[in-house]
Each structure stands twice: as structure tokens, then as C-alpha cells.
Design a protein around this ligand. Sequence first.
Ligand code: DGY
Length: 314
Amino acid sequence: MLHWVLADVDLPDEILEMLNNRCELHILARGGVSDEKFARAQGLLTYGHPIITGAFMDRMPNLKVISNFGVGVDHIDLPAAKQRGIPVGNTPNMLDGATADMTFAMLMVAARNIVIGDRFARSAAFTHYDPRILIGYEVHGTTLGIIGMGNIGRQVARRASGFDMNILYHNRKPDPKAEAELGATYASRNDLLAQSDFVTLNVPLTDETRNMIGRDQLKRMKKTAILVNLARGGVVDHDALAEALENKWIAAAALDVTEPEPLPRDHPLLAMDNAIIAPHLGSATRQTRLAMGQRTVDNLLAGLSGKPLITAVV
Ligand code: DGY
């Protein structure tokens, strides 16, 4: 008999193929999923960051597993899942390289005015090579501050070594292994903010990290500094960031994530040339998304048959 599985949104073909003949899938975003269908659901596959509360779980008394496509699970009430004995799977490690690549891509795009340059080069205003325009910031040989030296932070540090960057990092506590392996130096958060030319945020969203970059922190940064966020939008206070960019407290920001996502159409950040915004593309390469899909399905099928998940947060 096929397992009943709910998914928040339509899934890509690769995942559908992996699930073929194993599950009867119902897509919540299409609407029309009745209480009876909720009651029969044994698995929940979360693909696009739906908010999953304890009350939501309670609509599914037969729920055996929640399998999340992605490493970050801040949108799922983990204590509620634990309390109900529902394991929650995620996809750690496999997206570190792609996310670190994208971190560097966004850092470079912001430092070297690539988005504004692209717009300008397509316009009638570009009539000749003009050495006076769009002068950016040097990347090689500068100081990179990594807030959150976890798996992704380490991969960012490796890439920074190739750019001969001086690497500062901040974690809850110093990590001597990272220092030995990566030549990184521990700094308090405030020192890191004050000394870095580029600051990348590589922390999960928790009560502790929510709004960790606000007015106070932005004012501590160099006027020439660039903030890069591929973690979660909630880590940055976006109104404070807009104020900082408007008043040139810092030079630019590159954001792959925002809160809310997307930002309201009239948010001031959307009108600023020194804010580079991408639509949550950190792990978006074919290879990485395939690996994430496979792990999501493997966790789901393991949970449905009562086996331990391959990678579980609860
Ligand atoms: C992650 O893995 O957490 C990415 O942000 C995609 O959800």
C-alpha cells in the first residue's frame, strides 16, 4: 500500500521520480486537501519553507516523519515535533560548497559593481570605455570576517585563502582546529565588525541570532565594508540595513535571503543600487539540489517505514 504524503508545494520532476510508486502525494499549495487527507497523512515533505507549528502537526495524527529539503529548519517547531515523537530530517553538509561559492559570487558582485555595470552596459548611456565609472572595492588582500564558522563558514574561509584574505571569525567560542586548518583568527563580534572589509553571516536563525545585525552593529562596521548574508533574512534587521545603506554607514550589502522573503515591493532596499538581492539561490546548483532531493526522499522513506532517518535534527 502506498504511503500518504503531504508536500507544501509542487515538487521538481527529479523528486517526483524518486517518489514514484512509493507514495501518494498531495500538494497543499494546490488547495483542496481535506481534513480527511490530513488525518491519513503519514509523511510531510517540506520543500519551500512552510511554517510548521505544533497545531499543524496535530492535524496529522498518523504523521511519522517530517522531511525537510534544506539544512535550515527554523520554520519547523522542533520542540513540538520532539514532544509528539515525530522525527525531522534535513539535508546537512551536501550544500556547503555550493553555498560558499554563492557567498563569494555575491561578495564579488557587490564589491565590483557587476549588477549596476550589467544594467549600464545594456543601456544607451554606455557609449565608450570610461575609466572613471563604477570604481569598486579590492577583494584580494583584504580582511574577511566570518560570523559563524560552521561547515559553510569553513568553506567560505577556504575560498578566501585563495584570495589572500586575512580571515577573522566569530563563534560562540574559539575553534582552535579551524584556526590551525584555515589560518583564521578569533575575534569578538564587535572587533570583527570594526576590522573587516567584508562580513559574511553563516549562522542558523535562532532566538540568539535573530536581528544580530542591527543599527548598533552596522554603525560599528567600516564605511567601506560590505555585508553578505546567505544565512537567513531574520539574522539582519532590514530596516536598520536600509538606514545604513542610505546614510553610507557601510558601502553595500549582498543578500541571498531576506525576511520576509520576498521583501514587500515598497521596501527601500529594493530601490537601492548598493543592495544586491538574490532570490535564495545559495544551494541552487544542479548537483547540489539533486543531492538534497535524494536525501529528502531517503529521510522521508526511512521515517515512513519506522527506520532512523539518515540525517535528523529531532
Ligand atoms: C537551506 O538549506 O537551509 C537553504 O536555505 C534552503 O532551504
